[in-house]
Design a binder for this molecule. Structure first.
Ligand code: PMP
Length: 375
């Protein structure tokens, strides 16, 4: 008797465009120093943990009811945060929130992309833009960058004019390179996208609190097809919370209501996010420490002899590993020293997230040894 072969994904009647594809998969390995997923290394401070407990206890008493479907209190608090920090007043009606900015992006693609439509991003960039496009039946177009990882504006505007995508992603600061995009470039891309179609331009500012430059959020004024997406996963140190949000014209917020699942943000999520927003100043204090550590990583990596891409994020792209084995071999050797960094598949480069000073020291020791081995 032969044992039956386990069922493979491709044996199932799945959509053709998903056949043979791989899911998003940063390795979750149990290693002493984990600097691979751009998380904030600082656990939430104890007074905030207390406040979350209080607010969640209160929310628990009402869990027999559905949560506020429009998350008005939370969106009001997010609007206040943006108004205070992003250099532009934002109203509750201009803000929408979902389970991580990944869900925000998914809702935008469900609304503005979809079958027969396309989206473009300038790569290397955040791989989920392409994956969520595929998941929503949106054709993905890969736009170019310059050798220094800045957006190649001439080539980007040509690609927009030629393909006329319905959605344009601009990631600033960009993941995995750390590169920020200036307002002039965003405006030029917006103009090109409006001339071609018009299309929706999504500025993904997941890491903007770590940037040397101000937010691009003021650009939404008078530009109804410009959306800025944000997250509490990085600066607020709350990746486990799953809370992302966007700011745009209120019409965009109305439009995503057409695809959002009713009650998508649980009462527990809303209560937890509200508690975290009460502690904004403490959390932004950690951001300042992380920015200093990020700058230290850039300086020390350069002193060791690595090439480093200027970073406006809480991570640093370094290289180059052009020899035998390339970046993946270097990734493995750093892992052998107990430090997990990220190989994003950019040939010759790796990415390290800024951790605590002790974690960063462990990383720097590892790559110092690696440099000695390789020279
Ligand atoms: N945008 C960018 C550029 C990111 O790097 C990430 C997280 N890695 C996200 C969005 C999504 O984050 P979240 O869903 O946790 O908000």
């Amino acid at each position: 008797r032969t044992t039956p072969r386990p069922v493979a994904i491709d044996d199932l009647p799945i959509r053709d465009e998903l056949r043979g594809k791989s899911p998003y998969g940063a390795p979750q390995l149990d290693v002493p120093v984990q600097l691979n997923t751009n998380e904030n290394p600082y656990p939430l401070p104890e007074p905030l943990v207390e406040r979350i407990t209080e607010r969640v206890r209160e929310a628990a008493r009402g869990l027999n009811r559905y949560p506020d479907r429009d998350a008005v209190e939370l969106r009001t608090a997010l609007a206040a945060y943006l108004s205070r920090t992003a250099g532009h007043p934002v109203t509750t009606g201009q803000v929408w929130a979902a389970n991580g900015s990944n869900e925000v992006i998914q809702q935008l693609l469900q609304t503005f992309g979809g079958p027969g439509r396309s989206a473009i991003g300038f790569e290397p960039s955040y791989s989920m833009h392409a994956l969520i496009s595929r998941g929503t039946g949106t054709e993905w177009l890969s736009g170019p960058r310059n050798d220094d990882f800045t957006v190649d504006l001439a080539a980007a505007t040509r690609a927009i004019a030629e393909h006329r995508p319905e959605v344009v992603f601009i990631t600033s600061p960009n993941n995995p390179t750390g590169t920020a995009v200036d307002a002039e470039t965003v405006l030029a891309l917006y103009e090109a996208a409006q001339a071609a179609r018009p299309s929706l331009v999504v500025v993904d500012e997941a890491y903007v609190e770590f940037s040397h430059r101000p937010s691009l959020l003021p650009l939404i004024e008078g530009r109804p097809n410009l959306v800025v997406s944000r997250t509490m996963s990085k600066a607020f140190g709350a990746a486990g919370l799953r809370l992302g949000y966007l700011a745009a014209d209120p019409a965009v917020v109305d439009a995503v209501q057409l695809v959002r699942l009713p009650y998508h943000l649980s009462a527990v999520t809303q209560a937890t996010a509200l508690a975290a927003l009460e502690h904004t100043d403490t959390l932004l204090g950690y951001v300042e420490q992380l920015k200093a550590e990020r700058d230290r990583l850039v300086a020390e990596l350069r002193a060791i002899g690595y090439e480093v891409t200027d970073s406006d994020a809480n991570f640093v792209q370094f290289g180059r590993f052009d020899g035998a084995g390339g970046a993946h071999d270097a990734w493995r050797r750093i892992l052998d020293r107990g430090v997990l960094v990220r190989d994003n598949g950019v040939p010759g480069w790796l990415r390290v997230t800024a951790g605590t000073p002790a974690e960063n020291d462990a990383f720097l020791d590892a790559v110092r040894e690696l440099k000695k081995e390789q020279s």
